[in-house]
Design a protein around this ligand. Structure first.
Ligand code: GDP
Ligand code: MN
Length: 344
């Protein structure tokens, strides 16, 4: 599993920090992160710089709803030759919208907690999910960017990747790249699919003819999985890793869809994550062939891995899970993606 075929591999000299803007793809590594997560961010940067970015020098853009500390700026910049940008999120992008009823939010959070929905009572978690769903791409600091690679603190990258993944996205007309597919807890998104069906009834023109509806609804799901949420299989691209074309999020279809969901209130009354929201939108409004599995990017966000079987990877543990961990297999729904959409 080397680079995908037909990839133009530039030399590292082509990607020197001061290179002409025209030669590098308009793209950034992107992290929403708190000052308190500095150590985890440095660790994730170490991995990604070592395995990939030191060859390409794409800039890093860090977002936060409070200003980054000088220590955060100094230590992150020291991890890379590339430019680092530190951006404040406007309050209008972060605050709970005016139409959300606070009492109802608090009542709902109690019910969600009873149903074991983690972080249901943590307002900032809801805000983070909403920002990642419908706000990050509106930040003026990335208005000129076309692609981004989302990185979270504490994630790991294991494999040397020798080609420019952003150029790969562009040359192969890809919109979205993922590594891991998982089922969600249905209690987090009970009305996401019903709201989605309302939306597409109003806007059938947005549904792509080569959509992944069968993947989203998982018609022939194995009986031991009873994890559907109102008709949605809950299978989603795990969005703590995503390499994507911002044009998709900036499209009229996605903007109308996000606004519909935002008004419906499920980012607060339920705990809609950006992963299912992104995945449902991609599965409906994008050509499924423009979604790419980066099998060659070894990745971990606890507790899940994407581990290629390759000499280019060090420390990626594909091995057997212990008995205590075997429940993790039930969460992986990558086979569904391959079953419904195929490997190409
Ligand atoms: P999980 O992966 O679902 O457990 O959620 P995380 O706690 O990893 O949060 C997802 C991402 O958002 C990570 O990159 C966090 O650093 C970031 N994040 C979460 N909440 C906040 C917040 O309140 N402020 C900021 N600045 N970043 C946040
Ligand atoms: Mn995380």
């Amino acid at each position: 599993t080397g680079e995908p075929e037909g990839v133009l591999v530039r030399t590292s000299e082509d990607y020197a920090p001061g290179m002409k803007a025209s030669a590098r793809i308009n793209a950034t590594l992107l992290a929403l992160v708190r000052n308190e997560e500095l150590e985890g961010m440095l660790s994730a940067m170490d991995d990604l710089e070592r395995t990939w970015n030191h060859k390409f020098n794409y800039p890093w853009t860090f977002f936060n709803e409070v200003p980054f500390t000088e220590e955060f700026k100094k230590k992150t910049q020291a991890k890379t030759k590339a430019e680092c940008r530190y951006e404040l999120i406007p309050r209008a992008h972060w605050d709970m919208p005016s139409w959300i009823n606070k009492d109802l939010y608090e009542e709902s959070a109690k019910v969600l907690l009873k149903n074991d929905v983690q972080y249901a009572d943590k307002l900032s978690y809801h805000q983070m999910c909403r920002w990642n769903s419908g706000m990050f791409y509106k930040h003026p600091a990335i208005a000129d960017m076309q692609y981004y690679w989302r990185v979270e603190p504490n994630v790991h990258f294991f494999c040397d990747v020798d080609y420019d993944v952003f150029r790969y996205m562009q040359d192969n007309n890809k919109t979205y790249g993922f590594t891991i597919n998982l089922y969600d807890s249905p209690a987090t998104v009970p009305t996401l699919w019903p709201e989605t069906l309302k939306f597409i009834a109003e806007h059938p023109e947005y549904v792509h003819e080569n959509n992944a509806m069968d993947w989203l609804t998982d018609k022939v799901r194995r009986p031991e999985h009873n994890r559907k949420a109102g008709g949605y299989s809950t299978c989603h691209f795990w969005s703590n890793f995503e390499i994507a074309d911002l044009k998709f999020w900036r499209s009229k279809a996605y903007e109308d869809y996000f606004n519909h969901l935002d008004r419906a209130g499920g980012f607060f009354y339920e705990r809609w994550g950006d992963a299912p929201v992104h995945s449902v939108a991609l599965g409906l409004f994008e050509d499924a062939s423009r979604i790419h599995w980066f099998r060659d990017i070894g990745y971990q966000h606890i507790p899940f891995f994407n581990c290629p079987n390759s000499k280019k990877c060090k420390g990626c543990v594909t091995g057997k899970l212990t008995d205590g961990e075997s429940f993790l297999y039930k969460e992986d729904c990558r086979p569904n993606w391959f079953k419904y959409v195929g490997m190409n």
